[in-house]
Write a protein that binds this ligand. Sequence first.
Ligand code: GDP
Length: 300
Amino acid sequence: MVGSAIHRKLLGLGYTNFITRNSSELDLRIQETVNEFFETERPDYVFLAAAKVGGIWANQSFPADFIYQNIVVQCNVIHSAYATGVKKLLFLGSSCIYPKLAPQPMKEEYLLTGLLEQTNEPYAIAKIAGIKMCDAYRAQYGCNFISVMPTNLYGPNDNYDLQNAHVLPTLIRKFHEAKQNGDPAVTVWGTGTPKREFLHADDLADACCFLMENYNQEGLVNIGTGEDVTITELALLIKEVVGYEGDLIYDASKPDGTPRKLMDVSKLTNLGWKYSIELKEGLKQVYADYLNPSSLIPHP
Ligand code: GDP
């Protein structure tokens, strides 16, 4: 989802000389393969969007995969980028790097000031290691490697799996299927009270290109809207967009996760960037894509 959104954005900005690989063409977990790729292709600019990602259930169920795959991929790519003289690399992290009970909204300097949320700690530890790698390669070798922290994302090419995906695409599918089947209710995990912030992948891609062109410092930059909704509010919005008439029921056996993770986006705003796709508008777009997947631009 993120890689294809960045590619679309760069195409729109007029860039042409791309080197892309999907995971079946290049396994970023194999160090030798990654070294060979960088030595042969010699990219100048790298967007490191590749990651093992998933929702709250997937993170709890496959903690070893989340910590191992993310650490090994970023180690291989960041080190090869250094070794082959990449001019600039942008590493994508996540808002879950911040402490579970961080003051809201969360500023960049809250990194490593408290305990992490248990449900995705292995993933968060991997992403924190990625930020620190970028900073360490900058400090020791002078590499222009930057880190950005997106909030919860959604958009074309999202994962709609009922178990493993994030809340927004999963609820789109649940409401759509309930409408089709005439089901009386849709199940929402947890209590519905946690708050989450959602950013369209096209806005994220726009921010990444902006930062690739304009930001050259250590540390991290939050990317979000600066606004959040409760899971119940999200569910009601999706219900409306899908046109479902039934009820919501809550499954309290499922975890809520962190109570809130709203980004403080003032650093990015002060640099001159702001999101443009409002949540309701974005939901309408992705629901249209969901209904007509052939309208999507294929993954490069
Ligand atoms: P998180 O942001 O890392 O906690 O990951 P998720 O996007 O998976 O979950 C966000 C919140 O949505 C949590 O409080 C979940 O319990 C809640 N949620 C409600 N219904 C669902 C659902 O059907 N799938 C998922 N993944 N989360 C749900």
